[in-house]
Design a protein. Structure first.
Length: 225
């Protein structure tokens, strides 16, 4: 092996070895986001750099170990919205933590009722894509998942669909007559956290799977691509 080849191998190998070493320690690891649950902040199939060097704070996206019957063990990511001893409540689709509105500075996605003409305009402008959830409500209207900034532009905020009925799946977890838009109040117990997706009507988060063990957190998202 000549000198030039050795230099090339070192230049290529050292960063790879360093990344693998840091990944094993959890200091810095790259993950792919396979879900639309956290859009628009974390896009489907986007990449995330995750680190365990940072203490998770309210508002951070955290990755954590999760297990269910459908997929087995895997890594999930959601926004951290409640730490132990916090009081969390969702009222008319707005998340409050210790009586403070957590949603007011976030860009979120919700379901809205729109007329067929508005739906067609949104589609033509490319504001509805393959990851958007939509469906027919009646002959005159559709529901569609929209970024709240787009909903404001089209004066649709008042058309947001708020669930009124109790949710059987949420009742099974919390033994309360709550739903995704009217939930709690609940005091987060010791050793637990509450997470939720920014795509609020299309996220399988703590509302549906329960509180997450704090020690299941593997890191905080420090960079997204």
């Amino acid at each position: 092996m000549n000198k030039r080849t050795r230099i090339i191998l070192l230049v290529i190998g050292i960063p790879i070895f360093t990344y693998m070493f840091l990944g094993q320690l959890g200091v810095l690891k790259l993950y792919s986001n396979p879900s639309t649950a956290n859009e628009p902040a974390l896009k489907l199939n986007s990449k995330m750099l995750v680190s365990n060097l940072f203490k998770p704070r309210i508002g951070d996206f955290v990755c954590f170990k999760f297990k269910d019957e459908e997929f087995g063990s895997y890594i999930k990511v959601n926004r951290l919205c409640g730490l132990e001893n916090d009081t969390l409540e969702i009222k008319n689709g707005i998340v409050y933590l210790n009586n403070l509105n957590l949603d007011k500075d976030l860009t979120l996605i919700h379901n809205y009722k729109v007329s067929i003409s508005v739906f067609e305009n949104l589609r033509k402008e490319g504001l509805i894509n393959e990851s958007s959830t939509s469906g027919i409500i009646s002959k005159e209207s559709y529901f569609v998942s929209l970024n709240n900034s787009i909903a404001e532009r089209y004066d649709l905020i008042g058309n947001r669909i708020i669930e009124k009925k109790d949710s059987e799946s949420i009742r099974k977890i919390f033994n309360q007559n709550w739903n995704k838009d009217n939930f709690g109040p609940i005091i987060i117990p010791e050793g637990k956290i509450f997470v939720i997706g920014d795509n609020r009507d299309n996220s399988n988060d703590s509302r549906y799977v329960g509180l997450i063990d704090k020690d299941k957190i593997i890191g905080v998202v420090v960079k997204k691509f």
